[in-house]
Design a protein around this ligand. Structure first.
Ligand code: UD1
Length: 356
């Protein structure tokens, strides 16, 4: 069997690594890796390949940034000849970024089978670009690997046949489990005593000057109680500069390598974020998470884990932060199958199903 993986953006890499590793232990499987180049800064891409021990991509499409249409179209145009030439038996795609949906559309029209890792997540908010990517990708994929049961329910409701759906658990947690010992020894967290770890990059939060201003004001208030450590996405940094805003006394850092970020996360007093993956990582680590969004495509982090949606209401953020500081943070547990073995389950399913 010949498997071709396509990745493009930072949150894809920690999902790819465990699947590639697990497939490598099946001798009959040959693998090739394509990077679309959606993320291209070394600290958004290369450093993740090194730390996660992912082989260098066989092909880099070098698409870079652009509007949604331009970026998606460019990935499709550059990927199509690669798929035609390589003739893979299956193409694996990850998460919900533009590289994911672009690949799905190319492969579906070439009649190449598609496996979607992290299928079935839904925020039910179609103003989010990722929600469109999820809906389209899942409709045309052949193997849908979900992280939790709610994903299966979403897919079945949308008419996806049950035999295409495989609840395998959370593959990103495989990378976390593998690198947590290194993260616990990481020195970055030693620079701060008691801190809130903050990440923000959703267009809904950072592309609107008023909203970004209000969020930064809230973070400056948080900073009165504990240090705010803020590794900023290039998009966010750019917006802060474009809008003439200031991140004041916050510790604004460049994007961090995976192990450094995990080291900060596991020792944080609280995480404040609008990321999807960080809601899941903090749930696994048992660290309180306040999500600056009105909805989440990962509701299990709220129903089972440590996540609380604070939306865009500064009072709610303040109230939840007080709970954390008073020692009354929401307690959570680890969802089923978030056990570090999801990559192996995916590899076993593919090895079995693709040969019948
Ligand atoms: C993308 C994903 C988002 C994911 C996020 C994680 C989509 C629709 N969005 O958002 O789901 O949570 O990645 O990081 O695919 N830029 C750089 N260097 C880079 C990459 C980007 O400076 O290496 C800047 C550019 O100004 C670019 C902007 O960030 O225009 C946005 O990049 P883009 O890939 O369009 O989306 P993200 O915001 O990174």
């Amino acid at each position: 069997m010949y498997v071709l993986h396509v990745v493009g953006a930072r949150p894809n890499f920690m999902k790819l690594a465990p699947v590639m590793r697990a497939l490598a232990s099946h001798q009959e499987i040959k693998q090739i890796l394509v990077h679309t180049g959606q993320h291209y800064d070394p600290n958004m891409s290369d450093v993740f390949f090194q730390q996660l021990d992912i082989p260098a991509p066989d092909v880099n499409l070098g698409v870079g940034s652009g509007s949604h249409a331009a970026q998606t179209a460019e990935i499709m145009t550059r990927l199509e000849p690669v798929i035609i030439e390589q003739k893979p038996d299956i193409v694996l795609i990850y998460g919900d970024v533009n590289s994911t949906v672009a690949t799905a559309m190319v492969c579906a029209k070439l009649n190449v089978r598609i496996g979607h890792v992290e299928a079935g997540l839904r925020s039910f908010d179609r103003t989010m670009p990722e929600e469109i990517n999820r809906l389209v990708t899942d409709q045309i994929a052949d193997f849908l690997f979900t992280p939790s049961q709610d994903g299966d329910e979403n897919l079945q409701r949308e008419g996806i046949p049950a035999e295409k759906i495989f609840c395998v658990g959370n593959v990103m947690i495989d990378s976390l489990v593998r690198l947590l010992p290194a993260a616990r020894k990481n020195k970055v967290a030693e620079s701060y005593e008691r801190y809130a770890l903050v990440t923000l990059h959703r267009p809904a939060n950072v592309d609107n000057s008023e909203r970004l201003k209000r969020i930064l004001k809230s973070m400056t208030e948080v900073n009165q109680d504990l240090a705010v450590v803020f590794p900023a996405h290039p998009r966010t940094r750019k917006r802060i500069a474009d809008f003439g805003l200031s991140a004041g006394q916050l510790y604004v850092l460049d994007p961090l390598p995976y192990v450094d970020f995990l080291g900060l996360q596991c020792r944080a007093t609280v995480v404040i974020t609008d990321s999807g993956g960080i809601q899941e990582e903090s749930t696994y680590l048992g660290v309180p998470c306040l999500t600056v969004r009105e909805n989440t495509e990962r509701p299990i982090t709220v129903s089972v884990g440590t996540n609380v949606l604070v939306g865009h209401d500064p009072n709610k953020l303040r109230a939840e932060l007080s709970r954390v500081l008073n020692g009354n943070a929401k307690k959570g547990s680890v969802p089923p199958l978030w056990d570090g073995h999801t990559g192996e389950r995916i590899a076993d399913i593919l090895a079995k199903q693709m040969t019948v």
